[in-house]
Design a protein around this ligand. Structure first.
Ligand SMILES: [Zn+2]
Length: 479
């Protein structure tokens, strides 16, 4: 017999939410949260005094809290705290070779402890390990965020990043995409250290035919409009969008193409000052409209850009979060630090200007309806971009750039789900969506500082109190 209180609850909620979906009455709820101020990230409003019922990792019911709480294995009285969807970090990396598998796995608690319940791995060389963690997390044997992954990156011959699939000919592209499909990756990530214009566009076109999503860096020999028209689903970082905000994009691109194969090929960073000088607001507005029309998402990664610009003048050796980073990962920071030491004063000044200019692009993209995705770019080699905390800093940057807290929160919740076509089953608090939840002491719509006051994290229905999250961090802390 179903418990009467549960039936009453279900009926009340069905009426309140106007929802026709009915869960089997014999199944018990795993978790019920009562008296929560639910943050509706879509509308940027609060629904006061709500009850959320979870079973099997899915939100089953949502509605006003009634006198009789439904029975559940665990009940949590939120006491007016704020319940929002778990955060998505849409650009992270697991990488560094087999000797860093454990060091990378030990980053998983950092994500959860900062309220990140989903990450998108943007390419690395640890795909078998990442797939194994994913299985273990789903089975409840490992604590961590839901992982979406591209598997290895696609790039050209002699690629910069280890483990990349190197393509030049159409047959090589076919083989690379076959291997990614066999791995059952969630999307295709393209990098531009050596890939040719033809191979880049061909990879997007072939992936498009197979129904695979593509994102990438972009060789500067391609225009953003060409990549978007070919079917690129997201532009990682702002360099490529920025180039398309120049009123000389065509001639700059042509000069770069002509320089390829010569003794002095022009690379991305060499071309940036010319792009900067020819930035044009009207061209930028047209570019943003084009991105919205083509449904090409943008992952701004403002925080890492600013962190790297500030690196020459910042001492990170006393960062408290460094204690949770394996020394083997810290050792991978050396390359960036060496690069910084070689920077001229002019380069340093330019990088600061670039950060400000990048931020200035954000409101226009938001207004044009471009799908913005919050990504931290945390992972080995990206010095001091701490998993978890860096995503919160990225959201701060997006607000600093002009987004409202609600708009910024969407870039790290609903928009992530939208990118993967999963908005019906994830990304906000609603029946039939994944039970990825954050219970906060304060209202994040008022200030994103509230994200730093976590009471409880729920990841696919599994509950982590602040104390448990602290314990998990202690377990990976350096001795
Ligand atoms: Zn990256």
């Amino acid at each position: 017999m179903p418990h009467p209180a549960r039936l009453l609850f279900a009926t009340t909620l069905l009426l309140a939410a106007g929802c026709t979906a009915r869960r089997p009455a014999e199944a018990a709820y795993d978790l019920v949260i009562t008296h929560a101020n639910v943050v509706d990230v879509e509308t940027g409003t609060i629904r006061p005094d709500q009850t959320v019922a979870v079973a099997g990792g899915i939100i089953r019911q949502l509605g006003p809290t009634s006198a009789s709480a439904p029975r559940a294995a665990r009940t949590l009285d939120a006491q007016g705290r704020y319940l929002m969807p778990g955060l998505w970090d849409m650009h992270v990396h697991f990488r560094g070779g087999d000797s860093l598998v454990n060091a990378n796995r030990n980053l998983l608690p950092l994500y959860l402890a900062h309220g990140i319940t989903t990450v998108r791995d943007a390419g690395g060389d640890l795909t078998p390990a990442v797939m194994e963690w994913r299985r273990q997390i789903t089975a409840g044997r490992l604590a961590g965020p839901t992982i979406f992954t591209s598997g290895p990156k696609i790039d050209g011959p002699g690629a910069f990043w280890a483990g990349s699939l190197e393509v030049e000919t159409p047959a090589q592209i076919t083989r690379a995409l076959d291997s990614l499909q066999a791995l059952r990756v969630d999307y295709v990530k393209i990098y531009e250290s050596t890939i040719s214009r033809e191979a880049f566009l061909n990879t997007i076109a072939q992936a498009e035919k197979r129904g695979m999503r593509t994102t990438g860096h972009m060789p500067y020999t391609v225009t953003l409009a060409e990549a978007a028209a070919a079917g690129l689903d997201a532009s990682e970082h702002l360099y490529y969008v920025f180039k398309a905000c120049s009123n000389r994009e065509d001639s700059i691109t042509a000069a770069i193409r002509q320089s390829q194969g010569t003794a002095r090929p022009i690379g991305l960073f060499a071309a940036l000052p010319a792009v900067y000088r020819t930035y044009d607001p009207a061209t930028a507005a047209r570019t943003f409209r084009m991105l919205a029309e083509q449904r090409t998402a943008v992952v701004p990664t403002l925080y890492i850009q600013q962190l790297l610009a500030d690196l020459p003048t910042t001492d990170h050796s006393r960062d408290s979060l460094l204690a949770y980073i394996d020394p083997k990962i810290e050792a991978t920071y050396a390359r960036r630090l060496a690069g910084v030491r070689q920077q001229s004063a002019a380069t340093r000044a330019f990088n600061q200007q670039l950060g400000a200019r990048f931020r200035s692009l954000i409101p226009g993209m938001q207004k044009a309806g471009v799908l913005l995705l919050a990504g931290s770019d945390s992972g080995a080699s990206n010095s001091y971009v701490y998993p978890g905390a860096a995503l919160l800093s990225e959201l701060d940057q997006l607000v600093r750039a002009g987004l409202t807290p609600a708009e910024a929160l969407r870039t790290a919740t609903l928009n992530g789900a939208r990118f993967f076509g999963l908005e019906a089953t994830a990304g906000s608090i609603a029946p039939n969506k994944a039970a990825d939840l954050l219970l906060l002491e304060r209202n994040p719509l008022t200030s994103l500082a509230a994200l730093r006051g976590i009471h409880t994290v729920v990841a696919r229905g599994r509950i982590y109190s602040a104390a448990e999250l602290r314990q998990q961090l202690q377990a990976v802390r350096r001795r």
